[in-house]
Design a protein around this ligand. Sequence first.
Ligand SMILES: Cc1cc2nc3c(=O)[nH]c(=O)nc-3n(C[C@H](O)[C@H](O)[C@H](O)COP(=O)(O)O)c2cc1C
Length: 262
Amino acid sequence: MPANDALSVAEALHRRRSVRAFSDRPIDRAVLARVFADAQRAPSGGNLQPWQVTVVTGERWERVLRGADPRAMRDVADTIRGKIGRPVAEEDDVQWADMGMWLQSVMLLLVEHGLASCPQECWAMYGATIRHELELGDDQILFTGLAIGHADAAAGAKLAIVVTPLATSGWPRLVDRVTCRTTPGAHIDAVVTEAGIAINPRRADLLERARQAGLPVMPLEAMRALCPPPRGPGRAGGDAPVVAVCEYRDGRVIDLVRQVPG
Ligand SMILES: Cc1cc2nc3c(=O)[nH]c(=O)nc-3n(C[C@H](O)[C@H](O)[C@H](O)COP(=O)(O)O)c2cc1C
């Protein structure tokens, strides 16, 4: 069963984006197998299906990384820019458009399964290393890499900011106990509201810079005191049926979402 069988094609298209920061959470191999099997339905000229995929993880991936020369990265942008508008298919006798059909199919299927990806043509710069490591034959061309994983943009970010009004529809946005915990507060660097900016005390560097810049910094407790009181209990009972599970980036279950009575 897909992870999200209510997702429309349009929603998957809008939801997909290139993600470049991932958690360490492993990917279920069965899910990947399913994605690649489904992606076989991508159209191709003459139905030649010229794609082939190799999944690289663990030790093998470490070896590929060690073999890749970071100096080559400097030229990546120019190389990619240089390719735009070039009639590659005519020159190279390869069904490049087919590869695009397949790649997008894979990426949309990954969205359906709650996985993020980033196509990375720059890996073609390391053709020799990858060819050797993946034992690619002379009849194969390295088209692109595709990073796949559980998105963790916050982990890759130098600054995680929550922007929120103090209250919405009369309900306070800063509370002592949340209804649904999706990220431990320790990982949020700053909370920005119309009242000012509360900075995590762990980020002394940020606090200092914000003060120096004359920004309206205030303690989180003071900001919390400016929120209106809750309009009612608003919490589902502790024994109400569980309707969703919140998993943290490492796969730990950090909260349960219970059915609201009535
Ligand atoms: C064939 C292909 C190759 C790409 N190669 C790279 C790459 O080498 N490095 C990278 O960071 N992004 C790469 N991208 C991602 C693009 O930068 C990205 O798709 C584009 O900026 C649009 O952003 P979005 O995917 O979030 O919508 C590639 C995308 C495609 C389709």
